[in-house]
Design a protein around this ligand. Structure first.
Ligand code: PDD
Length: 278
């Protein structure tokens, strides 16, 4: 297979990994996951914009413009003969003798890879719904940055999997924030509710697209945080992410338990999201 290294697509296995890269030492870097449908990256502009925002928040230098990234992604997809799947792009602050203090304007190191995904597996979760596990949000307070520091997320996901759940739903002092790798929505009396795009969540691209669709379909939306209590009493619950699109939640496990039906608002949004994929 082929991978991205700086501004080149090269054979995998030939990337020199430097142990002094700050990505390894401090998780000092950012990433994006873009889905590819029928060889075309979906919402590439939105993902690139968020990549730039993450880089600015961490004072990481951005070595290439959007056109260069787009060309590299197309080449990566093409060389790997990928039809459907995901592309992962990472950028670390680069290589320097280990010191917590970073110097500004270091030479960022860009890497990436492509991975084919069988759409059937996603479709199954989307039609059957997923089980989720309620857990405390133990992450830092800059979850708006799509950084490589994901220990809170990976611990939450592991815990969820131990209870046969595909996703964790995190709460901070009883306020639902987001999933371990997705955003969470509830529907109550026809109104859609999701945590506002603050420092406590990642403002998902799928989340933003779903909010636009809801607006167009005149579904009432409240970008307001909601409690675990409201989660328990919701009519419908679903998660959104690049890899899962819109996936209904049918069960919540953990300190609180609940079952949910897959409801009309979720189905409408799911269907309309699919229509955007061209
Ligand atoms: N995760 N919240 C978190 C913590 C995430 O990691 C993600 C995405 C999302 C959804 O964002 P988007 O709709 O832009 O994918 C929300 C990606 C898919 C990942 O880390 O694999």
């Amino acid at each position: 297979s082929y991978v991205l290294y700086h501004d080149q697509i090269i054979k995998s296995g030939s990337i020199p990994v430097d142990p002094e890269d700050r990505g390894y030492l401090f998780g000092d870097g950012i990433y994006e996951v873009v889905f590819v449908y029928n060889k075309k990256p979906f919402a590439f502009q939105e993902h690139f914009d968020r990549f730039v925002q993450s880089s600015k928040k961490l004072e990481l230098s951005m070595p290439y413009d959007i056109a260069t990234f787009k060309n590299l992604m197309d080449e990566l997809i093409h060389k790997n003969n990928m039809v459907n799947g995901m592309v992962y792009i990472q950028m670390t602050r680069g290589v320097a003798p280990r010191n917590h203090l970073y110097e500004r304007n270091m030479q960022s190191v860009v890497t990436g890879f492509a991975k084919s995904v069988a759409l059937d597996s996603i479709l199954e979760s989307q039609s059957k719904g997923i089980q989720t596990y309620l857990t405390e949000d133990i992450r830092w307070l800059r979850c708006d940055i799509k950084s490589l520091n994901l220990l809170g997320n990976v611990m939450a996901k592991r815990k969820a999997a131990d209870y046969d759940c595909q996703e964790a739903i995190q709460h901070r002092d009883g306020t639902v924030t987001e999933g371990s790798s997705s955003n969470v929505f509830i529907v109550k009396n026809g109104t859609l509710k999701t945590h506002p795009a603050t420092n406590l969540i990642l403002n998902g691209i799928t989340r933003q697209i779903v909010l636009k669709i809801a607006d167009r379909l005149q579904i009432p939306v409240e970008e307001k945080s909601f409690s675990v209590e409201e989660l328990l009493n919701a009519d419908e619950v679903f998660i959104t992410s690049t890899t899962m699109e819109v996936a209904p939640v049918v069960r919540l496990l953990g300190t609180q338990e609940q079952n949910y039906q897959i409801g009309p608002v979720t189905l409408k949004l799911q269907e309309n999201f699919k229509l955007q994929i061209e």
